[in-house]
Design a protein around this ligand. Structure first.
Ligand code: ADP
Length: 625
């Protein structure tokens, strides 16, 4: 675009050349006409000069009519006396073609001979006067040969001879040539002047054009700062004004479209949804950052790909299918390096021009992983609940059927069966209550009755209750003569009183669940160690047992609803699989955390942390009360 145009291809040269050509053609035509007319005019004048005066013609007619020697002398003297025709050869020939007289001393010996001149012969035999311009090849001179016919006096039909006049035309041609030379020089000067003027005129025309071209090149490069100079008010001046206006308009439009593009880019960048746009062949032309991270691809690679390949749906869907049908699709791109499996909902729509011509497809990717996971969990939960309730209900039915079939009469079996049905019913009630608790947490309707509690006392109170329970159970077992597991509960508490804001009832439930598990899974004679410590911002209580522990892979899962490492064992011990999930909900609802450490066959430690402000003491309360 910025190529320099060679001079011979430039408009400047073309205008100058046309101008010059026109000038040359005009000069040539005028010159040719002028020279032709000049030559004609001069020849005519010269011809008029070399005509024989009438007295010469009369004298020659008289003398040629007689063949006497006197007459022949007269002829010679007559032609020698001709005064108006200078520097010319004159020959007089009689009617027989014999040369009678010659006005050229060097040629006197041809007198009396027959003429060899074809022109003279022609005149004598045809009886017509001729005029002819001839060129002498030897000396390059031009001469005019006139051959007037001499008729006898009184009878114009009787030819008595002819006169051959050969006049040198050098002078004529010299004067013509000098005029032609002047004309040529004048033409040359006019041509040069014309060339000069045409170059100036062409420059005047092409200079503003060149400036406008430069401005257009600058505009194409995005520089709108320059303005074209307006030299005149003619069409070129108007064009320059139009170019300047255009430059301003294009700059404004460019700024608008830049602003628009920036806005669009920032919208696309800010969007949490992924956006991918294609051309009408399905090749990716736009991809925002969200889409890049969803699809685990960088922009450069994406731009070389087809949309269906990028979305990994090419096996089932072609781009034409997308054009024909823009139904949403659920896609699961390959897991990224972190191993996170995403589930995306892809909505498609066509990009159309006003004319309806489809120029591409836009695909909006929405991360529905969480939603899909919730849906999956919900389905799983419903299926778990149904399964968990069906098992006790089935066993209840079989016990009741057996009782109904007559076992109620059996004094040994009946109480045993009734005890089992009661236990199963209680377990179901516990499970339903737990589910109701969890559902309240899920819906956010679980109310917390928060109190500032001395946590050391609170924890001691719970553990005292467990000590009592263990003691009662052992006494009952001893009274019944049965053997039961023995446990010791060990307490390692900080000396500092820890005042914490908690809902005591719910917190009791959370700790109960963990303590019950510790008792359930402890071996006979095991020690359950309960610790209470504080950090700067948290209190941490832990409950360790010496039970069979939890396999590493199950550590995180034990807080999930209905998750049990050993289902049969848990059920046998009256577990519902919901205890730890309730503990987790309760603790987290109070801003705390719950986690577990365990070594298989060596025991488990459950931790609960709760937010704690060291400046908070119950002192104010005590005083207030
Ligand atoms: P469950 O009613 O079955 O005890 P939980 O939610 O309280 O339900 O516990 C979930 C599972 O975690 C249990 O089934 C058990 O496999 C495991 N678990 C909980 N506490 C302990 C522990 N102290 N030692 C070993 N396993 C435990």
């Amino acid at each position: 675009m910025n190529n320099k145009i060679s001079f011979f291809r430039s408009i400047q040269f073309k205008i100058a050349a046309i101008f010059m050509l026109l000038l040359l053609i005009t000069i040539e035509i005028i010159g040719a006409y002028f020279v032709h007319r000049l030559e004609q005019q001069n020849i005519e004048t010269f011809e008029a000069q070399v005509q024989l005066p009438s007295y010469v013609t009369t004298s020659l007619a008289n003398n040629l009519a007689s063949s006497s020697a006197h007459s022949r002398r007269n002829v010679r003297s007559t032609i020698n006396d001709i005064s108006n025709i200078q520097n010319s050869d004159i020959e007089v020939i009689d009617s027989q073609g014999k040369i009678v007289a010659v006005r050229n001393s060097s040629n006197q010996n041809i007198i009396g001979q027959r003429t060899t001149n074809a022109q003279i012969k022609d005149v004598i035999y045809s009886g017509r006067k001729t005029t002819q311009i001839s060129h002498n090849d030897r000396d390059g001179s031009y001469y005019l040969a006139i051959t007037p016919l001499i008729s006898s006096n009184g009878d114009s039909n009787t030819v008595v001879g002819a006169v051959y006049i050969r006049a040198d035309m050098d002078q004529v041609y010299k004067s013509i040539n000098s005029i032609v030379f002047i004309f040529f020089v004048a033409s040359l000067v006019a041509g040069l002047l014309g060339a000069l003027i045409s170059i100036v005129v062409a420059r005047a025309i092409t200079r503003p054009i060149a400036e406008m071209r430069k401005q257009a090149i600058r505009m194409a490069k995005g520089d709108y700062s320059g303005q074209v100079r307006v030299y005149s008010e003619d069409e070129l001046g108007q064009l320059a004004v139009a170019v300047n206006n255009l430059s301003v308009r294009v700059e404004e439009e460019q700024e608008n479209s830049d602003a628009e593009r920036n806005r669009l880019n920032s919208v696309l960048t800010q969007m949490t949804d992924g956006v991918v746009a294609t051309d009408r062949h399905g090749k990716v032309t736009i991809i925002n950052e969200a889409a890049q991270s969803f699809l685990n691809v960088d922009q450069k690679t994406a731009f070389t790909m087809q949309l269906v390949d990028l979305l990994e749906i090419s096996a089932t869907t072609s781009f034409d299918d997308l054009l024909a049908n823009q139904d949403e699709r659920i896609i699961e791109p390959e897991a990224d390096s972190d191993g996170d499996n995403l589930i995306l909902q892809a909505d498609f729509s066509l990009i159309k021009r006003n004319t309806g011509f489809v120029t591409g497809v836009i695909c909006v990717l929405h991360d529905v992983t969480e939603q899909q996971k919730i849906d999956r969990d919900r389905r799983q939960f419903v299926s778990n609940v149904s399964h968990e309730l069906r098992t006790p209900l089935t066993s209840l039915r079989s016990y009741i059927e057996t009782l109904n079939d007559g076992a109620w009469k059996d004094p040994h079996l009946a109480p045993q069966f009734l005890k089992v049905t009661q236990e199963e019913t209680e377990r179901m009630i516990r499970m339903v209550n737990s589910l109701l608790d969890l559902s309240r947490f899920d819906q956010g309707t679980a109310k917390l009755n928060v109190e500032l509690v001395n946590f050391n006392e609170f924890f001691n109170f719970i553990l005292d209750r467990f000590d009592m329970l263990i003691k009662n159970n052992q006494e009952k077992a001893a009274a019944a003569g049965k053997d039961t597991k023995k446990y010791t509960i060990k307490r390692t508490f900080t000396k500092k009183d820890l005042w914490v804001e908690i809902d005591p009832d719910k917190m009791t439930q959370a700790i109960d669940n963990i303590m019950n598990n510790a008792l359930k899974y402890s071996p006979d004679g095991g020690t359950i160690t309960c610790r209470l410590i504080d950090t700067q911002r948290y209190i941490i209580l832990s409950i360790s047992d010496q039970g069979l522990g939890i396999p590493r892979k199950d550590l995180k899962k034990v807080f999930a609803r209905f998750y049990r490492v050993d289902k049969a064992r848990s059920r046998k011990q009256g577990g519902t699989g919901l205890g730890l999930s309730i503990s987790k909900e309760v603790v987290e609802a109070q801003g705390g955390h719950v986690w577990v450490n365990s070594m298989e066959n060596h025991g488990s430690t459950f931790y609960i942390s709760l937010p704690y402000d060291p400046n908070e003491t119950g002192g104010d309360w005590d005083e207030a009360l």
